[in-house]
Design a protein around this ligand. Structure first.
Ligand code: ADP
Ligand code: MG
Length: 232
């Protein structure tokens, strides 16, 4: 279980507070207005920024001061996920070993992840030789072979069309279930959140709210969500 305990992050007048726990093996969407702090929330969990107050806990252990690599977390960002000069295989392998000198077991993990995302046979290609969907799959393979129990996705498929995005969300959902991983995904598409997530965290007005059951939340949205959906 991931816990944000009285977390408060502040910079240049921007404030984000969070105080909640996240069940393991949950698919959770993070939604809210642009600039509300969705990426900031993920950065706090991933360890790229540090809160001024509060603690981040994983299975009861304080990881607030752990470097990103020493956290139970794999990240997938919207932009710049692939290095253009590296092959698909190498781009994925970076998730396992940044030296790219892989053991046989590590190599198997990379090949397994590439196969799982449907890129078997594409190992030698460069990112420029991939479609948008294939590039997303390659980036996902890197996150997968990191073998971390919590996957943080920050609008990773925003550049894809709706059908392809849905396909990728389904793939992430399937993989998360197979490997019993939790997924926290920022989305600016309420429909994607409904489709993908069991629970939703609303980020608005300086607060990342505790996750709420998706259907219940959309059936009875708080004001911040109504404003965001534009039907309030
Ligand atoms: P969201 O992901 O919900 O759109 P962010 O977490 O990126 O929001 O941004 C939260 C706040 O932090 C905003 O006020 C934004 O302007 C500010 N911010 C985001 N990134 C940076 C940055 N690299 N440097 C300074 N301020 C930033
Ligand atoms: Mg963002």
């Amino acid at each position: 279980m991931l816990t944000l305990e009285n977390v408060r992050y502040e910079q240049d007048g921007f404030v984000l507070a969070a105080d909640f726990s996240l069940e393991p093996e949950a698919r959770v969407a993070v939604i809210g207005p642009s600039g509300a702090g969705k990426s900031t929330l993920l950065a706090l969990i991933g360890g790229f920024i540090a809160p001024q107050r509060g603690r981040v806990l994983w299975q009861g252990q304080d990881i607030t001061k752990n470097a990103p690599s020493a956290r139970p977390v794999a990240n997938l960002f919207q932009e710049g996920n692939l290095f253009p000069h590296l092959s698909v295989y190498e781009n994925a392998a970076l998730g396992v070993n940044v030296s790219l000198r892989l053991s046989a077991a590590e190599n198997e993990r990379v090949m397994g992840a590439l196969e799982r995302v449907g890129l078997k046979g594409y190992e030698a290609r460069k990112p420029a030789q991939l479609s948008g969907g294939q590039a997303s799959r390659a980036a996902l393979a890197r996150a997968l072979c990191q073998d971390k129990p919590l996957l943080l996705l920050d609008e990773p498929f925003a550049a894809l069309g709706p059908a392809l995005r849905r396909e990728m969300l389904d793939l992430v959902g399937e993989i998360a279930s197979e490997h019993r991983r939790a997924v926290l995904m920022v989305s600016h598409e309420p429909r994607d959140a409904k489709h993908f997530a069991q629970r939703v965290i609303v980020v608005a007005d300086g607060v990342a709210e505790a996750p709420r059951e998706t259907a219940e939340l959309f059936a009875n949205p708080p004001r911040a969500l109504k404003d965001y959906l534009g039907d309030g």
